[in-house]
Design a protein around this ligand. Sequence first.
Ligand code: ADP
Ligand code: ZN
Length: 743
Amino acid sequence: MPRFAGVVVDAPLNTVYHYRIPPEFSGLVEPGVHVKVPFGPRKINGYVVEVADVCPIEEKRVKDIAQVGEPEERVTPDLLALTEWIAVYYRCGWGEALAAATPSSVRKGVKEKTVLHLSLTAEVEEARAALEFFKKKAKKQAAALEFLLLKATASGLAESFPFAEVETATGASRTAVRALEEKGLVALSPVPLHRELASLAEKSKKIVLTGEQHDAVERICAALSAGKFSPFLLFGVTGSGKTEVYLQALEHALSLNKSALVLVPEISLTPQTVERFRIRAGEVAVLHSHMTDGERAEEWRRLRRGETRVAVGARSAIFAPLDNLGLIIVDEEHERTFKQDNTPRYNARDVALVRARECGAAVVLGSATPSLESWHNAITEKYTLLSLPNRVGGAKPPKTVVVDMKTEWAEVKQMSVFSRELQRSLTLCLAKKEQAIIFLNRRGFHTYVHCASCGEVLGCADCDISLTWHKASEDLRCHYCGLRKPMPKACPSCGATALRQTGTGTERAEDIFRKLFPDARVLRMDSDTMTGRDAHARALSAFARGEYDVLLGTQMIAKGFDFPNVTLVGVLSADGAINLPDFRSAERTFQLITQVVGRAGRADKPGRAVVQAFQPEHYAVQSALAQDFPAFAEKELAERESLGYPPFGRLARIIAKGASPVKIKTLLAQAAEKLKGASRRPLAVLGPVPCPVEKIQKDYRFHILIKARSHREIETMLSACGNELSSGKGVQVAIDIDPLSLL
Ligand code: ADP
Ligand code: ZN
């Protein structure tokens, strides 16, 4: 038996620490097992990564492992390797990566809530005989037994019933049932409370693949059978049948006895999505952030025990403990929610490729608007490109109309929110009893309050961001830190009573809509109205059932659902984010318009999209209206290449925050010097400069951007830094490799 264990702890440290395995844990400690170990004055979480008979450090100094997790819940060798890769690549502790890769509820030993069930264990004849006997002597026992016997003879099956149900039906007490159990007639056992996902089962219709789908499925299945690492980019417009391709590939993987992993953005992880996979793949485990601790732990354990071989989930599901992984699907691969914005700052899409490579799996990245990184990999043939250019069933792409809001405002002589064109289209749509979706990417009522006398814009004192007026709750709110306060009577800066409100959020858009169309039933959907656990899913299904005419909301409504009766989509401000100081803002604008517009006219009814924009001539708007991703990509790639941005270079961002801007700047300036010293191209280091959002929750923020040719170059440069990159003394430092946000 090994006597020592090498442990990595949940802290930003990349050292393997050695501990003794005390005799009581002998045989339980293996690589991958969760442990608690003394670390300085406290005990901390860690994972065993190696065991040995001899100790590499002086034995006297070695401490004992304090606590050991369940050996059968240990992390598998492939996930140990994957998290080690994450620690190196994303520059965090291996222990931190392991902690992120397993639900904390599993470490804590949280069990799922259970319900006591009662079942018959004796043969029917024996139970009947006992029943006769009890009828005179023990009425309550008799009642319970009779209940089970009746049910057993009715169904011919041994079934179990919630004890509470038996209790209500028969009046039998727990004591009576325990007495029956002691005689070996019945059993009381805990059964996990089953998660009841609102089932809107789509009918399992018989599908004949289109030629394009067929080709895609064939290519993926061939790769699955070959069992070699094979990356695919499945590029298909909304409604082109990508999901059907995933499902058939999944079925093939299962038929080869392999397991499969499906990643979807949190927002499209609706019961409908899960249901589609469940119908075709049988049992699937679901992993996402809206589950209780017990549910998440239980799903993880089911996968770990091999009871189910398909996991569907959001970002962290990339760490699902599946053996013999054959297929990883990443739907909507361009989505930024796949990137975690705290340590470890991994991108699940990229980790999917690493995991697939390690286990010789096929990986399918799917999107109607691929990230420029994945598209570049596809056109340079690092990935196999599979295209589904047409909508299934000949549904035509919607007819798009763009409204130049500069002209509109000049002509109607006011800052209108719904253009005349959009109003006309809405009137027609409602008259035909069809449905519409209206999209606006800002919540709240007014998005700015400014002083007409001095020009001051009311901002959050703790964050560098303007406050939004929420009418229903009658308060000003900061969307960064959540601050709420009443509207001041006068300008806090000059004292003039001249505060004016401008800018439109979803709350105001709803207000205006109701005045324009008093008879229409409108459902607003944003994070202010969707607060309950299943609110999002319930609202979408109410809309799908036709309980509303119009769905108005933020990006929550942009994807993940098929509404056959939606024939009109209105985008109130298509280019609202186009001038943000972020090189990806054109890409985001393109994605957003394409995705929303793709919601219209999916079935037999032709669709129409009215897109309002202030810069309708911008290539991101123009190519989105034409639904022409390759044209957009060509333009955008040329732009990126000339500036050395991804996919033509690699980025890393060092963000430092704290109470003292001087301290932060000094620290980052030292880091910048070292980074420049380690690079042959001094222009690769930009900053330190204040972040575009300079202050969040009282903390000042500065950053350095490293623009390198390769990831290796970034590693070399970062390795030249020392203490400048670690937090301490009032400054928190974070390194973001391949950042998606530069704000
Ligand atoms: P995507 O994922 O690309 O948006 P889906 O896979 O959801 O597209 O397909 C859109 C709709 O078309 C779904 O209702 C789906 O069941 C249906 N569908 C997909 N492929 C076919 C096919 N070959 N024949 C008929 N209907 C199909
Ligand atoms: Zn704030």
